[in-house]
Design a protein around this ligand. Structure first.
Ligand code: AKB
Length: 346
């Protein structure tokens, strides 16, 4: 059996996808890689890990030869807000590494998974129930790299028969590793603040509506897509997927149902707000449901519950403000407990 390579494996998505692939296919079949040396990151030791710089095609070739790689999950990416601060680097990291991976996949007969994003759409796209096939004119460098990536993947599939498949992912919410430099990161930041009993200053306005998905659903969708009979895939790069469409105010309200004194204020960051305002408010994921059975399990309430639980938070009713009074006591209502002790089973 040929091995599965996960690039960018120490990031938010890779930190959960690599272990899930190991659980499904066996520890020996998965090789995780990232820029860090194995000694510098503890997660790297959890299975087979090796440093790989995907800007270097020769290094990818040598890696694939040595490990007999037959499938690549290419997760290397600079996210939306960071991409705006250095667009040239975003192009190099997001597109040149993808092109190198596709070239190597073609040479070695490997399959590829490519994560596209809601960022592949722009202000001229219909914002509500954004169709699977529609206008794609993004105004961010991250979005430009995602549309270019989708097209490059389709080109390699059509011309060189590379079996490459992709998802247009919404904001991903996870407790294992934090996202870095995205526009949807507020959701993870808000939940982490709540779990620690801290207030949160949100960088998006309260009514900014965006699609989100809990990481276990994203990981399940990637695995399911890669296991689908190719004859059923009408779109390949890339399928719209989403589990919920929410605003910061709605997420804060969900959190308050479990921690009534959680406090959020809004200090809008103009850059990230303008990025969010250029993205869809809700995606139509019916093509993914129809073609390969996409069915996320977590909605907003279940995700909020599980996140707070997994982050080690629980509402300690005995420390309620009615008895103690004051904001400090109220914020102490959320206290740490054993990690994930009573969380919903996966
Ligand atoms: C970001 O916010 O940049 C990403 C994304 C939606 O692709 N999470």
């Amino acid at each position: 059996m040929r091995r599965i390579l996960v690039t960018g494996a120490l990031g938010q998505m890779g930190s959960e996808l690599a272990p899930a692939l190991r659980a499904r296919h066996g520890v020996e079949r998965v090789v995780a890689s990232d820029l860090a040396t194995s000694a510098s990151r503890p997660q790297a030791a959890e299975g087979h890990y090796e440093r790989l710089d995907c800007t270097r095609l020769e290094d990818i070739r040598s890696f694939m030869r040595r490990h007999d790689v037959g499938e690549i999950h290419h997760l290397v990416a600079v996210l939306s807000a960071v991409a705006e601060s250095d667009p040239e680097r975003a192009w190099r990291v997001n597109i040149e590494t993808l092109h190198n991976v596709l070239i190597a996949a073609r040479e070695f007969g490997a399959r590829v998974f490519f994560p596209s994003s809601i960022a592949a759409f722009g202000p001229s796209t219909p914002r509500v129930d954004t169709p699977q096939v529609t206008v794609q004119r993004p105004t961010t460098m991250y979005g430009v790299t995602k549309v270019a990536g989708e097209l490059l993947c389709d080109y390699y599939a059509a011309h060189f028969n590379v079996d490459v498949r992709g998802l247009r992912l919404p904001g991903l919410v996870s407790y294992v590793a934090q996202p870095g430099g995205g526009t949807t990161d507020y959701a993870v930041e808000m939940l982490r603040a709540a779990a620690l009993g801290e207030r949160y200053s949100c960088f998006l306005a309260p009514k900014t509506q965006l699609d989100m998905m809990y990481m276990p659903d994203a990981v399940a969708a990637i695995i399911q897509l890669m296991e689908t009979d190719p004859a059923r895939l009408k779109h390949r790069n890339a399928y719209n997927v989403t589990a919920m469409s929410v605003t910061p105010a709605e997420l804060a309200a969900q959190i308050r149902q479990r921690a009534p004194h959680f406090v959020v204020d809004y200090r809008v960051d103009p850059l990230r707000q303008s990025i969010a305002d250029s993205w869809p408010q809700s995606l139509d994921a019916s093509a993914a449901r129809r073609d390969w059975g996409f069915a996320p399990r977590f909605g907003l309430a279940a995700m909020t519950e599980d996140m707070l639980c997994r982050l080690g938070a629980r509402v300690d009713e005995s420390k309620g403000p009615r008895r103690h009074g004051g904001t400090a006591d109220a914020e102490r209502k959320i206290t740490r407990s054993a990690r994930g002790a009573t969380c919903r089973a996966r």
